[in-house]
Design a protein around this ligand. Structure first.
Ligand SMILES: Cc1cc2nc3c(=O)[nH]c(=O)nc-3n(C[C@H](O)[C@H](O)[C@H](O)COP(=O)(O)O)c2cc1C
Length: 444
């Protein structure tokens, strides 16, 4: 479970109510709660969207799409009802930040969904929680019930005639794929969680065929703060085209793992060595997965880069969902690559062939390779399969599996080659046998 970490370099905007008991509606109100929604009602949709655009907020779910622009794509007039969908599926390995918002500040998610609804004329929001977060559902449902009891949700919210907004909470059944926006809509509609073909995009044809805004929980929870502090002020906290702050979950071999709110563009090196206290036990840094398991790995000599979407793209990787996984010198990259692909192979929904077959072949090859039965051509084969998955699937899960695989093979090729010659990095992780069974491994 992520800790409520703290460091002087943090800029607490989104997390400013964490640890203060803001799940209680009176405490939330005491800490400026629901003021932004009332301001949004008074100022109107255009003001909301302009403020969100000025903030430079980009989606915190992974792809970094500008939020204000996404909201502006929803058609003004629609025969079908419009919806807001909060994505709290949080299943990307290494990512553990939305969970804290649900636990510590659930009303900010309700208020954010309401603001999104007011901006596009949607009268209903769904909050979709990852299946494994079922225990957070109680917190979320209590917050929703308290908001209804005060007249903040339902008909004529805050006493404003004709302004309605309802919220429904829902959990998944524990599938990574339903974090993907179109699979999420299928799942919410009670169908098998597989992706939809796009276009049409959800802003035009989404949930139940109506125009739908889908945003990550952290993205949505930022909206009330932005409306209160002003778009420009929020933008200034970050870098150009990357406004504001972000929750970064720093895990792995660091002294102080935790979730920290840092300005966009903050140095990755400082995040590891200052904020998270450096490498555990005085060991050497080997590599970093900077934004959740699907982001290509960075070597220890590549960490002088700022944590924003553009700088990470320039460095050949992604900011993703903000899950920074730090690997020290004891980690076998061969084993880490295997463990990563095992996740994606298991979670591939099987809907399209390049993803279903590609993840399976890479897993099979790396399992044999890891167990000592590798051949030199396996390294090229793994690269070839991954390259042929890229951009060829209905949803980006295929890319999410291929990109880290390519990163491991390209950046640590010599380690794969040495592995064939019997040179092994002693890994503190779990040993995976050819049959797929797990054994605790010391040095192997
Ligand atoms: C396989 C897969 C899993 C995803 N899982 C999540 C998730 O758990 N949470 C999330 O917010 N976005 C997830 N996404 C991204 C969503 O499809 C979508 O881009 C996001 O919810 C949009 O919100 P944003 O603009 O606020 O980032 C996933 C994407 C893929 C391809």
């Amino acid at each position: 479970m992520p800790t409520l970490a703290s460091h002087p370099d943090e800029v607490k905007v989104l997390s400013r109510r964490f640890g203060l008991g803001a799940a209680n509606i009176d405490k939330y109100l005491e800490l400026d709660g629901y003021k932004a929604a009332q301001k949004a009602i008074a100022e109107g949709p255009e003001w909301i969207i302009n403020t969100m655009k000025a903030s430079g907020l980009r989606g915190r779910g992974g792809a970094g799409f500008p939020t204000g622009m996404k909201w502006s794509f929803v058609p003004k007039v629609s025969e079908k009802p419009k919806y807001i969908l909060v994505n709290g599926d949080e299943s990307e390995p290494g990512t553990c930040k939305d969970h804290l918002i649900f636990r510590e500040d659930p009303h900010s998610i309700i208020e954010g969904a309401m603001i999104a609804g007011l901006s596009v004329g949607a009268k209903m929001g769904f909050i979709y929680l990852r299946g494994e977060y079922r225990y957070l559902l109680n917190i979320m449902e209590k917050a929703v019930a308290d908001a209804y009891a005060r007249g903040f949700l339902g008909k004529n919210i805050f006493g404003n005639q004709g302004v309605d907004f309802d919220v429904i909470t829902q959990t998944g059944a524990g599938a990574y794929e339903v974090g993907e926006e179109s699979a999420l809509m299928e799942s919410l509609e009670g169908k098998r969680g597989v992706p939809r073909i796009r276009p049409p995009f959800p802003a035009v044809v989404g949930l139940y065929g109506g125009p739908t805004i889908i945003n990550n929980a952290e993205t949505i929870a930022n909206a009330p703060h932005i409306l209160l502090m002003g778009g420009e002020a929020y933008a200034k906290l970050g870098t150009e085209r990357n406004g504001g702050t972000r929750l970064f979950g720093i895990s792995g071999h660091v002294e102080r793992p935790g979730v920290y709110e840092l300005p966009m563009g903050y140095s990755l090196r400082k995040a590891i060595y200052d904020v998270a206290g450096g490498i555990r036990g005085g060991k050497q840094l080997k590599a970093v997965v900077p934004g959740g398991a699907s982001c290509p790995v960075l070597r220890a000599d590549e960490i002088d880069v700022g944590l924003d979407f553009d700088q990470m793209a320039k460095a050949g990787t992604m900011l993703g969902s903000g899950g920074i996984v730090v690997l020290d010198e004891t980690v076998s990259i061969v084993e880490f690559a295997l463990r990563t692909i095992r996740f994606y192979q298991h979670e591939s929904c099987g809907w399209c062939i390049p993803c279903r077959e590609g993840t399976d072949w890479i897993k099979k090859t790396l399992t044999r390779f890891h167990a000592g039965g590798g051949m030199k051509k396996d390294i090229d084969n793994v690269q070839y399969i991954a390259e042929n998955m890229l951009g060829r699937t209905f949803c980006p899960l295929g890319d999410a599996a291929a990109m880290p695989t390519l990163g491991f093979v390209k950046k640590f090729r010599s380690e794969f080659e040495e592995y064939l010659n019997g040179v092994r990095v002693a890994s503190p992780l779990i040993k995976i046998t050819p049959s797929g069974a797990k054994e605790h491994a010391g040095a192997h």
